[in-house]
Write a protein that binds this ligand. Sequence first.
Ligand code: SAM
Length: 222
Amino acid sequence: MDIDTIRQEVAKIPAWYHCLDLGNGVVTPGYTATKWGVSGDMVGLPPSLAGKSVLDVGSWDGFYAFECERRGASRVLATDSFAWRKGKGGFELARRILDSRVEDMDIDVLELGPERVGTFDVVLFLGVLYHMRHPLLALERVASVSVDHLILETHIDLIDLPRPAMAFYPGMELNGDDTNWCGPNPPMVLAMLKTVGFRRAVVYAGPLEMATSVRMIFHAWK
Ligand SMILES: C[S@@+](CC[C@H](N)C(=O)[O-])C[C@H]1O[C@@H](n2cnc3c(N)ncnc32)[C@H](O)[C@@H]1O
């Protein structure tokens, strides 16, 4: 595709979520990654993923999936459901322009399992946990497809409470968005990760003040 065609195709996508560098100075007009500086380095992606299999759960336009491929991953599977039902054109266009081999599957978090997607060395669960009505069950499904390293980024709440606790948003309490269901505090995230079978779980970064919420990044290992 020549540069003018790329620009035209990018402009045809109704809404980009990610700012994706497509080369030749074309960056998609997204809302996040990396507009807030939440790059692959910020979430703690290993500099080299050579030979690793990676699952990016809730990939949307695929910023982190493409970044993992760029870092040498041997296989990358991007999954999503909610956002892709409204349109997957951004992900598909970026994959074409980047000449990427990232695979995709439309699957709900709660349907993840080794029999559906296989298992992965590195699993990304970025910006998805607080959208879960059943966060512990969701983490159980994520743990079932993870054989080594999980990177989790989430909105957090109740930071002053020292014991595991989670805010529940039955309505539009968080950012006026009724797809936001929960805000665990850091001890809650760590306790849930241990409960679903991760041997070790740590806070990697945060709290980070984002435009509309407070975020934290956790790493865990089987
Ligand atoms: C805030 S975006 C995060 C996108 C990307 N992971 C990132 O961090 O930039 C949340 C993503 O989770 C997806 N999502 C929400 N609920 C889901 C579910 N039940 N199953 C699969 N994906 C879901 C949304 O479609 C959306 O792509």
